[in-house]
Design a protein around this ligand. Structure first.
Ligand SMILES: CC(C)(COP(=O)(O)OP(=O)(O)OC[C@H]1O[C@@H](n2cnc3c(N)ncnc32)[C@H](O)[C@@H]1OP(=O)(O)O)[C@@H](O)C(=O)NCCC(=O)NCCS
Length: 194
């Protein structure tokens, strides 16, 4: 069955507490026919997620699309995760569909109220609209984590078409480019201009 664009009802819940209701029905790509209810939920990364995170991080496509694209060894990964879980300025969130983990969001806050957003999905969960849907929820997730944040930004490799389109579809706007990277930003509700 091919990919079909349809309006589907999706409920998106934050891992922090109350359900977040989407403001509108979003046209999304789904596999199959008929009404499909997808539920994306977000929860904080746990130490027990380390194997899955390492598997996703070392996936060839993820590495090719990462600014640091070296293969990560288990000890290096575990040291990074231990440090990340202890850092107040970093938030790692597992994205779940139907209670199954499909990818990870990383938020890195800087002193000036800006938050860098990074995303990667497991190979089986790509090209189904989940990236765009998860990125659409970032503003709310960041607001719950860091209410004073006023701007989200992301760095995307120029040749990463799916990531560029997912960020754009989630309301991020391009601010500048270098030979290798496109910078995107999205102001939070409290400050709506880049
Ligand atoms: C990048 C990523 C998060 C995008 O999420 P996704 O769920 O696969 O993308 P979506 O299905 O939401 O599609 C987003 C848009 O990209 C398009 N797209 C998806 N895959 C594509 C591809 N391989 N080439 C071109 N466009 C593509 C979709 O058609 C959609 O565009 P539309 O809204 O105009 O229809 C995901 O593919 C991923 O994790 N990739 C590996 C890691 C990575 O690249 N991370 C980002 C680093 S900045």
């Amino acid at each position: 069955m091919g990919l079909t664009k349809r309006n589907v009802t999706r409920r998106v819940r934050s891992g922090f507490g109350e359900a977040i209701q989407p403001t509108r029905r979003a046209p999304v790509r789904i596999v199959g026919m008929g009404e499909v209810k997808n539920v994306l939920t977000f929860r904080s990364v746990l130490w027990n997620d380390r194997d899955l995170l390492l598997q996703w991080r070392n996936d060839a496509v993820t590495r090719a699309n990462s600014i640091t694209n070296t293969f990560i060894s288990r000890p290096v990964h575990e040291a990074w995760l231990r440090d990340s879980l202890a850092q107040p300025k970093r938030k790692l969130m597992i994205i779940e569909d139907e209670n199954l983990p499909i990818g990870v969001l990383r938020f890195d806050a800087s002193e000036d109220g800006r938050v860098e957003v990074s995303i990667h999905l497991g190979p089986a969960s790509r090209r189904k609209g989940f990236g765009r849907l998860a990125l659409l929820q970032c503003e709310q997730l960041v607001k719950e984590w860091l209410p004073q944040a006023h701007e989200l930004f992301a760095k995307v490799k120029r040749d990463n078409a799916s990531s560029r389109r997912a960020f754009e579809a989630a309301g991020f706007v391009e601010t500048r480019q270098t030979d290798e990277i496109i910078y995107f930003c999205k102001q939070t509700e409290s400050r709506k201009h880049c």
